[in-house]
Design a binder for this molecule. Sequence first.
Ligand code: PMP
Length: 431
Amino acid sequence: MPAQIDQAAYWDRARAVVPRGVSSGHRVGWDQVMVRAEGAHVWDGSGKRYVDYLLSWGPIVLGHCDPRVNQAVTDAMAVCDLTGIGPQYGEVEVAEIICSVMPCADRVAFCTSGTDATMHAAHLARAATGRRKMIKFHGSYHGWSDVVAVGSARADSTPESPMETPNGGGLHPDSLADIILVEWNDEVGVKAAFAEHGPDIAALICEPYIHSFGCVPAKPGFLEMLREQCTANSSVLIFDEIKTGFRSAIGGYQSICGVTPDLTAFGKAVANGFALAGVAGSEALMGYLGAYTGDRATIDGTYNAAPYALAAAKKTLEIMQTEDVFERLYYCGDRVRAGLQAAAYAAGIPVSVVGLGSEWAVYFQPTAPTNFREALRSDGATYMKWHALMVEGGIIQPAFPNGDRRLCAATSDEDIDLTIEVAYKAFAAIA
Ligand code: PMP
């Protein structure tokens, strides 16, 4: 692809051969076509450079096209590719690191996407308990398998919408029969669900720190209560750490909050952009992974544990273990949050900037939401005006309200200075 292209024409070409021009739902809403990425930056087809705070929704944690990671992948590719026989090249080494850093991990199995990982975690929980129902939280996204893709429809949701809906067309409406939806941070709702359905509940799945609709922590004691309820009811506690894993801390948010789930679905930042995901958990539970029998869950995939992705993961995790990656992510995150909040305040716009480490959300409402319904009360129209001005100023953020955004270890102080400067102007312009 050339370094400079006619972006409108390229979108037209894309729409002629790919529905809506994209192969992933949220890639619309842009006029740009990105033709280059390096470190904290992406360049569009006109040659314009942007500071990237989308980072492909999470995988890019060190920086785009990190040369150390790419070299490790090239080195691995030169030796061995997929064989489909036994442990794949590099699999043991990455599993060993994950087992050493993630509290719940005695065993790890790999797949290729977060959708795979949460689906396998659900299958595992059902196989281990012999039960069908799962509890999940309103607005929480866990990928597109029918077992979890309910209760977090976004585009057409309002604060008043019912939560008992599939996330899109074509999903099996009967999936809803086995999912109990509760509002995030609703302790009474969780306890009521267990009181009513306890013996049928295979698992409760949640992001331990919600990024599905921005950045919404659990209230004090909430995660501990989830742990207690799952243990008391012999249900499996699944943490979806696809965004928090290897980003909030190398061991995931579970290593910060001190609550250990039975199973963890991970992905994204583990391999700095290469397609690797997986399920980690206790020896007993992971033992329910077998193959092709009636009482064991199966994990099976041609591209599972691909050596290229494993090489990327090994290098990414080694860099995290030997360099001050997390200090950098937290320092930069704190700077951006403080700067954006001050910029909104200076313009007199009611905005709440909240987040953790490298991740933050910019809610166009005076107080930070504690659940999905509250998040939906943000002023989306004003957000979109602000977003357009930020893009004009060279700052990439989600092209819809309430999305989480994040930085990478390659983000520089100059990038942050620029971001804050552009934000002051953008907030002032919409005030
Ligand atoms: N769970 C969470 C919390 C996610 O953020 C995502 C992706 N944004 C997924 C699951 C699905 O992951 P993938 O896109 O890799 O299928």
